[in-house]
Design a protein around this ligand. Structure first.
Ligand code: HEC
Length: 173
């Protein structure tokens, strides 16, 4: 019974969001739609992912941290996102007030930085990556998805963020 209720309310939320997005472009509709996407019921578009990456990742440090990040600097963005997600949770446990990164956001944001700054996952074995991702299922799934099956990252493959020196690996499996 409870399960059914949850599924029904999710369905209603999605329907309201879809109607809201198409028919009534008002702030409430946008807010509901944002929540539906935050929870991963609807996918972020590429533009939304880029906006998220620039807004959500710049609450503690400027975008330069991402733009200047490189393969010599450390592990690929999928690991960075995982660490930042963990760090944000830690800060909140210590009394901080950051909106936690959802799985859907982490997956979208990782693809955005991969597409705009670079992806050097191939330099790291997938075993190493899985270990560094410490059981973060959403990001492990992303790391094990071929790049041409990651819609946001694939859409950005010829793009580059201003201020970044994009590192282009032969990332097509
Ligand atoms: C709650 C605060 C916070 C948020 C939110 C945050 N970061 Fe960070 N980030 C830090 C801190 C603290 C450091 C390490 C200290 C420093 O270098 O300023 C850091 C460092 C980094 C570095 C440099 C790491 C290195 O090894 O040089 C990168 C890249 C980075 N963050 C990317 C991101 C990305 C991508 C996001 C969004 C998913 C993000 N950050 C969100 C706090 C945050």
């Amino acid at each position: 019974m409870k399960k059914y209720k949850l599924a029904a309310s999710i369905l209603i939320l999605v329907i309201i969001a879809a109607i809201g997005a198409v028919a009534i472009p008002n702030p409430l509709g946008a807010q509901i739609l944002a929540e539906v996407k935050y929870r991963g019921y609807l996918a972020y578009t590429t533009d939304e992912a880029v906006t998220l990456a620039y807004t959500r990742c710049t609450t503690c440090h400027p975008a330069d941290k991402m733009l200047k990040y490189c393969s010599r600097c450390g592990p690929p963005f999928v690991v960075v996102t995982h660490s930042m997600k963990k760090y944000t949770e830690l800060m909140n446990q210590k009394g901080g007030n950051f909106k936690p990164f959802s799985d859907a956001e982490a997956v979208a944001i990782t693809q955005a930085w991969n597409g705009l700054v670079g992806n050097w996952e191939p330099d790291w074995g997938s075993k190493d990556l899985n270990k560094l991702l410490q059981g973060d299922q959403a990001l492990i799934r992303l790391a094990n998805t071929p790049v041409n099956e990651r819609p946001i990252e694939w859409a950005l493959k010829t793009k580059q963020a201003p201020g970044a020196m994009k590192e282009d690996r032969k990332i097509i499996p």
